[in-house]
Write a protein that binds this ligand. Structure first.
Ligand code: NAG
Ligand code: NAG
Ligand code: NAG
Length: 236
């Protein structure tokens, strides 16, 4: 029932439009491995997780946009400045797991590289979403190609036992019965993955996926809507 509903929605609202998802997604690469994804939120800023920005050595990382296969060249940048969310401290502060990375020059926008629109509303309960992210070299069946996965966003945190007893108002759970076991295992690599709603609006950023033996939830994601003002103020 849920699946049928999802398919109907995708077709009705043009999920499968001609706009390719990769145009909105950056790759943050260190030691020749795809460490994190990020969303292009302006022609010079990428939104990713706080832990991605904190635990990578951005001085030796490159940030690529404009390609869906990292074995092919896109536009390549380095990081000029990082703004972690002020409430992000370490991996324990998962309610604020976001950071903005400023590129060393501006992205040439076009068909291949586009700014993703920030959503005007929070996640709905059981909302159909898509994650666009990169696998890592250590993942099963590693690939340099961008991965697109259908997921369902659980907007109501009381339905997600992972979040019980946590201050987690800025976080939501992802579920997805369409995900294969292999994808679940691999999904540890989707850190910073760009979560898009219908019409390619930015709804969330993958914070961390669960272990595949956790049937309750595939992972956790940051809501973008509560951070809209922080993002807009910082990328001016
Ligand atoms: C998608 O591409 C096809 C063929 O190129 C074109 O006819 C159609 O109008 C496009 N649709 C959108 C929504 O851009
Ligand atoms: C930005 O960084 C990239 C990657 O390090 C480098 O190739 C490029 O020349 C830099 N651009 C500018 C304008 O400094
Ligand atoms: C998606 O965009 C189309 C065309 O601009 C619009 O008609 C439709 O209402 C939008 N759908 C959603 C869910 O925003």
């Amino acid at each position: 029932m849920l699946k049928l509903f999802a398919i109907t929605l995708f077709v009705a609202y043009g999920w499968a439009s001609n706009v390719s998802e990769e145009a909105y997604v950056a790759a943050i690469i260190q030691d020749d491995d795809n460490r994190c994804a990020g969303a292009i939120v302006s022609d010079q800023w990428i939104l990713t997780t706080g832990r991605c920005a904190k635990y990578l050595d951005l001085a030796v990382s490159t940030i690529t946009v404009g390609t869906n296969d990292l074995s092919k060249l896109g536009q390549i940048f380095s990081s000029q400045e990082v703004k972690e969310h002020p409430n992000y401290v370490d991996i324990g502060s998962f309610n604020y797991d976001l950071a903005l990375i400023k590129l060393n020059s501006t992205i040439k926008l076009g068909q291949d590289a586009k700014i993703i629109e920030l959503t005007g509303e929070d996640i709905k309960d059981m909302e159909n979403l898509a994650v666009a992210g990169w696998k890592r070299k250590r993942d099963p069946s590693p690939t340099t190609k961008l991965q697109l996965i259908d997921v369902i966003g659980v907007g109501d945190n009381s339905k997600c036992s992972k979040l019980e007893g946590q201050d987690a108002k800025n976080v939501f759970c992802l579920v997805g019965d369409k995900m294969s076991d292999e994808e679940k295992v691999a999904s540890g690599g989707y850190q910073g993955g760009v979560i898009m709603g219908l019409n390619h609006t930015l709804k969330g950023i993958v914070s961390g996926f669960s272990r595949p033996d956790d049937p309750d939830s595939l992972g956790l994601a940051m809501r973008v809507f509560p951070f809209k003002k922080w993002i807009m103020d910082n990328i001016k």
